[in-house]
Design a protein around this ligand. Structure first.
Ligand code: HEM
Length: 504
């Protein structure tokens, strides 16, 4: 008898759980929005939750499966969200109707580094963006260029020494040593004594950030939970690391700019000036005091967003150059000419003037856009233009740059690496939302110019002395790492780095 009770109790529990974890699954059907069939608990992102596929690849697969749809309804766990495929709707959401989509929808505890530009929403984001935009201007970057230059020179010295004993490198990791040192110098004025120290610091922060944590999935299941429980996306060790780093730098500089012109100086300058006038990103209605917490949160986001994105872009770029020697030759010729014309010096302006370098860079990010998918949250009800659909307040909308970048409607033979797609006449005829590696609109990447500059400078210096070639271990079919939140090569990128025979 008791067996029957237990069996009945278990069945009721299973039914209750099944009901709970499928309760929303009629959401898109009832609104006539097409989309893939969700499965209990996981919705449409099971392989991402099980760390078998990167979330960016899953969203790209969904994009491909609905070639004739403007929008597709899907479920991240049990939460409905809408994938936007149509570029005119993308333009409305990201640019024209931005006031409805100011939020990214991953807001969390303010004390837990949540007051950073990437994750903050609402008035905090508006105030932060108004405040911090002035430190990313061309003038400020030019002042910082000397710091990047030093970093690139010491990186090339390091490669030169290493090349005496080996040819093959895992270039993704190698390039991270450069971006970590550059971002450390440009953001915090930290110069480590040796490359080994940099790699150690990188490993610690990187391991902590990328170690398996299911807090993101918790946020998918219960949007807003993290903020209401005052939880952070990041472990305490990361919070303490950045809080201590910032406190030390501020006290070393006596709370004032030191003249290094790095980000920390610029933030301290802002703090001295008091409130900013600019309201380009809207009226926040609230004043934002630049406290140590706010500085630590920006230091954190500049650090994380600054090293990995650029190192990954450069890694993929070298990979494609190794596989396409004609393109590498053309780029090397441009670099050699530019160096010759400028007495061997590379400046901010010479980088900007290297047209082919810029095209190779753009084509790399077309094939390998790093931040996938883009995300916004509707802050109020919204009628989706060109459809009969009205989305509710708090609906998350997604855009798949990778889906768009590999769509034959916008790019012929998208699997082929062809920098000439970015000839100004060709690129100028494309829809403004057909190329989105840095996002688009008012909430696009604030560090775009910094990321381009540090990557292009490093590639220029490296290719002025070395060439890259496939090695016997170079993967012909690079897979995307499923464990990380952004796009990156699974197992790294192995290439031979060979000193060039420079003609005298
Ligand atoms: C190749 C390098 C980089 C790539 C591909 C990249 C890409 C992106 C993308 C796609 C976004 C989201 C934009 C959107 O939702 O519309 C973003 C946001 C952001 N990026 Fe970057 N990024 C790069 C470098 C950097 C660097 C060097 C920094 C800082 C030093 C940085 C800081 C940020 C910040 C703070 C945001 C959030 C902006 C906001 O919400 O207001 N990024 N980035």
């Amino acid at each position: 008898m008791s067996f029957l009770y237990i069996a009945a109790g278990l069945s009721a529990l299973v039914y209750a759980l099944y009901y709970y974890f499928t309760r929303t699954f009629n959401y898109w059907k009832s609104r006539n929005v097409p989309g893939p069939e969700p499965i209990p608990f996981f919705g449409n992102i099971k392989e991402s939750v099980l760390r078998q596929k990167n979330i960016g690849i899953i969203i790209h697969d969904i994009y491909k499966a609905y070639p004739n749809e403007k929008v597709v309804g899907l479920f991240r766990m049990t939460s409905p969200c809408l994938l936007i495929r149509d570029l005119d709707i993308v333009k409305h959401i990201m640019i024209k109707d931005f006031e409805v989509f100011t939020d990214r929808g991953v807001d969390f505890s303010k004390e837990g580094l949540g007051q950073n530009l990437f994750h903050a929403d609402g008035e905090t984001w508006t105030a932060l963006r108004n405040r911090f935009s002035p430190i990313f201007t061309t003038g400020k970057l030019k002042n910082m260029f000397y710091l990047m230059n030093e970093g690139a020179d010491s990186f090339v010295d390091y490669v030169t020494t290493e090349c005496q004993t080996r040819q093959e490198f895992e270039v993704h990791l190698l390039l991270q040593s450069y971006t970590v040192s550059t971002i450390s110098a440009c953001a915090f004025g930290v110069s480590y004594d040796s490359l080994q120290d940099k790699m150690e610091a990188l490993k610690i922060v990187d391991q902590v950030i990328s170690s398996p944590s299911y807090i993101v999935e918790l946020d998918f299941m219960y949007p807003g939970l993290l903020r209401s429980l005052n939880l952070s996306l990041f472990p305490k060790v990361v919070l303490h690391f950045f809080a201590n780093l910032v406190d030390n730098i501020i006290s070393q500089r006596n709370g004032k700019p030191s003249g290094r012109n790095d980000f920390m100086d610029l933030i301290l300058e802002l703090r001295q000036k008091g409130e900013v006038e600019s309201t380009k990103y809207g009226h926040s209605g609230k004043t934002l005091e630049i406290t140590s917490d706010v500085i630590a949160a920006q230091a954190f986001v500049f650090y994380v967003a600054g090293y990995e994105t650029s190192a990954t872009t450069m890694g993929y770029m070298l990979y494609q150059l190794a596989l396409n020697p004609d393109i590498q030759k053309r780029l090397t010729e441009e670099i050699d000419e530019s160096l010759k014309a400028n007495n061997g010096q590379i400046t901010y302006d010479t980088i900007k003037e290297m047209k082919y370098l810029n095209k190779v860079f753009d084509e790399t990010l077309r094939m390998y856009s790093i931040v996938e998918p883009l995300q916004r949250k509707a802050v109020r009800e919204y009628k989706v233009p060109g459809t009969d659909l009205t989305i509710e307040k708090d609906t998350i909308v997604l855009v798949s740059p990778r889906g768009i970048h590999y769509d034959e409607k916008y790019y012929d033979n998208p699997e082929v690496f062809n920098p000439d797609r970015f000839d100004p006449e060709v690129a100028g005829n494309r829809h403004p939302c057909a190329y989105l590696p840095f996002g688009i609109g008012q909430r696009n990447c604030i560090g775009m110019r910094f990321g381009r500059l540090q990557s292009q400078l490093c590639i220029t210096k490296l290719l002025s002395k070395f060439q890259v070639e496939p090695s016997k271990n170079t993967a012909r079919n690079l897979e995307v790492e499923p464990h990380r939140g952004i796009i990156g090569p699974k197992g790294g990128i192995k290439l031979n780095v060979v000193p060039r025979k420079i003609k005298s």
